[in-house]
Structure formats: C-alpha cells, structure tokens
Design a protein around this ligand. Structure first.
Ligand SMILES: CC/C=C\C/C=C\C/C=C\CCC/C=C/C(=O)SCCNC(=O)CCNC(=O)[C@H](O)C(C)(C)COP(=O)(O)OP(=O)(O)OC[C@H]1O[C@@H](n2cnc3c(N)ncnc32)[C@H](O)[C@@H]1OP(=O)(O)O
Length: 202
C-alpha cells in the first residue's frame, strides 16, 4: 500500500472478541515473530511508508532496514499511545537494534520517529528517495548474500538466539498475560478511544 509499510497489528482483532480469539491471535503474532526474527535467510525491509507498532516490529526483525526518505513517514513502537504495552519480546527486538536507553525512551513515550530521526536513532539503516526503496533493498540483498552463508547464519543465530529462547520458554505464560491484559475493560476502552480518534482524523 502506498504511504504505509504496515499499520501494525489489526486492532479489530484485539477488540470485542472472546478470550479464545485473543489467545489464537497472540499465538499467531508470536509465530510471525519467531519465524521472521529467527529466520536463517537474509531479510531486508524495504520500508515504503509508515510503520507503527507491529509494523515496526516486522521491520526490526529484518537484518537491514531501508526507508523512504520522507519525513511524513514514521516508524516506532507506539503501543503506549494506544494505552497498551509492548511485550518483552518486542522490547528485546528493539534493544537489540538501538540499545537500552533509546528503547526505554521510545517505549515509554510511544514515540513514532519520522524517517530522518529514525535514521539518527539507528531504527533504520539507510534512507533513500521513495522511488529507490526497492532497488536499494535489492542492492543491499546482493551485498548480504555475498557473505558465506554458513558463517552469516551462525552469526545471526548467535546474536538472536537468547531473545528467541526467552519467548519459546515463556510462550504459554505470554499468551495468558496478553489475554488477561487485552480483555480488561479499561484496555478495551483505550483501544476504542484510539480507533475513534483514527476515524475522526479523516
Ligand atoms: C508488563 C507487560 C504487561 C502487559 C503486556 C501484555 C500484553 C501486551 C499487550 C498488547 C500488545 C499489543 C501490541 C500491539 C501492536 C500493534 O501493532 S497495535 C496497532 C498499532 N497501529 C497503529 O497505531 C496504526 C494506526 N493507524 C495509523 O496511524 C494510520 O491509519 C496509518 C498511518 C496506518 C494510515 O493512515 P491513513 O492512510 O491516513 O489511513 P487511515 O488512518 O484513514 O486508516 C484507514 C482505515 O484503516 C483503519 N486502521 C488503521 N490502522 C489500523 C490498525 N492497526 N488496525 C485496524 N484498523 C486500522 C482506520 O481506522 C481506517 O478505518 P476506516 O475508517 O476506513 O474504517
């Protein structure tokens, strides 16, 4: 979609549904993260627009991020702005990318960074003109693929395994935590207010 890399998780999947639905939804989100963050393939994010929350997480799962150089496009883990909390594995993914202090600032404030600031923070690796995002991503892919694959894969696994193991060990507890959190009346109300605001912006 033009202007949007990803709008993040579908908020309607987290509103007004049963606990069984929330559990299945969260398991699928975990699965996406485990597959993408744990992939032994080279993954390059070609970020052609805004990328809030789950969209930012997907980009952070990649090995390298190239973003369109347009200050109207922003990226970040903005969960607190919705009245929700980025779970520990979202947080770990961001820490592994930009470090602890920058992550704490980002997460507490639910900060969305316009592209130039995202580059400054290390949230993305490179900015290119909007019409060059795909070609720059293809060029980066060639560079990454030129590294001997076994060595690159082992290095990637060494860097990411502790975060992945942490979620694998606590998967069921994390699902229970999500369900009890998201089904609270106060959290449902926050999500509703956020969705209403989005619609009013039009
Ligand atoms: C100690 C720890 C304790 C607890 C932790 C336990 C558990 C964790 C709990 C929760 C974790 C949840 C993690 C959540 C992650 C997420 O990803 S939440 C989603 C975040 N996404 C957003 O905030 C995006 C909001 N959207 C926008 O900013 C904009 O819509 C856009 C920039 C993406 C696009 O802008 P426009 O092109 O201007 O389009 P519109 O704004 O008009 O939107 C069109 C249409 O789409 C609807 N929509 C937009 N985003 C979403 C979404 N994410 N989900 C569902 N629907 C969305 C929007 O309302 C419009 O709908 P209509 O009005 O056309 O019906």
């Amino acid at each position: 979609v033009s202007k949007i890399f990803s709008a993040g998780l579908d908020i309607t999947e987290m509103s007004g549904k049963s606990n069984e639905h929330y559990a299945a939804f969260w398991r699928a989100v975990q699965e996406m993260w485990l597959k993408l963050y744990g992939s032994n393939m080279v993954t390059i994010a070609a970020i052609n627009g805004s990328s809030p929350a789950g969209g930012c997480l997907m980009a952070l799962c990649c090995d390298y991020r190239i973003m369109a150089d347009n200050p109207k496009f922003a990226i970040g883990l903005n969960e607190t702005q919705l009245g929700i909390v980025a779970p520990f594995w979202f947080k770990d993914t961001m820490i592994n990318t930009i470090g602890n202090r920058a992550t704490e600032l980002s997460l507490q404030l639910g900060q969305m960074y316009p592209a130039p600031e995202a580059l400054k923070f290390g949230l993305v690796d490179k900015l290119v003109p909007e019409d060059k995002v795909q070609s720059a991503a293809a060029a980066a892919m060639s560079q990454w693929l030129s590294v001997p694959d076994h060595a690159r894969q082992l290095t990637k696994s060494m860097m990411r395994k502790p975060a992945i193991d942490r979620l694998v060990k606590q998967r069921e507890a994390d699902i229970n935590n999500f369900v009890s959190f998201i089904s609270k009346d106060s959290i449902q109300k926050s999500l509703q207010i956020y969705m209403d605001r989005l619609k009013q912006k039009k």
